[in-house]
Design a protein. Structure first.
Length: 172
């Protein structure tokens, strides 16, 4: 996706590109329940992969699958005070932990299903003719479903370019 923005009378090209070097969310970020390594199993049509009690199938593909240890995620969520929307002050810590672990599982499953990914925001300063000047900034590893945060990041990166150029002029 490419877009144009304007900041302080300057035009910038904003590109959102896939971040192919980002690790899986459970390897990259804290605050997720345990996810297994890939397991392999031959099973017939209509049969589900084997799993331990308390585990949920996170993703499977051609005989390989990963599980999410839901029971352990709930235990961690309760210990660490996780919660998830919709927030309800009347819920018990166990109810909040269960809801948060389910939200975590759904988020990770959506990543596995390609419903969201990590992206980079690249901002380029343009000259008066609309050509790139070579001045760029970028930030990578942002969740693609971050909505307004992607726009805010683009504006901040544009501001960083202007700030850098302003400092270079002061030193010259």
């Amino acid at each position: 996706m490419t877009d144009l923005i304007e900041l302080e009378g300057n035009k910038f090209r904003v590109s959102i590109e896939p971040d192919d070097y980002c690790a899986a969310p459970w390897d990259r970020d804290d605050g997720h329940g345990p996810v297994s390594e890939w397991k392999h199993h031959s099973f017939g049509m209509g049969t589900k992969p084997p799993k331990a009690p308390g585990e949920m199938i996170l993703v499977w593909d051609r005989g390989a699958y990963r599980t999410y240890d839901f029971a352990e995620a709930v235990r961690i969520a309760k210990r660490d005070g996780w919660d998830a929307a919709p927030y309800d002050a009347t819920e018990t810590p166990g109810q909040k932990a269960h809801k948060a672990a389910m939200a975590d599982f759904n988020c990770l499953r959506q990543w596995c299903d390609g419903q969201w990914s990590y992206v980079g925001v690249i901002v380029e300063l343009l000259d008066d003719e609309g050509d790139a000047t070579g001045e760029t900034e970028s930030l990578w590893g942002i969740e693609s479903d971050a909505g307004e945060y992607l726009d805010e990041t683009a504006k901040e990166l544009a501001g960083e370019i202007l700030h850098r150029l302003e400092n270079q002029l002061k030193r010259a």
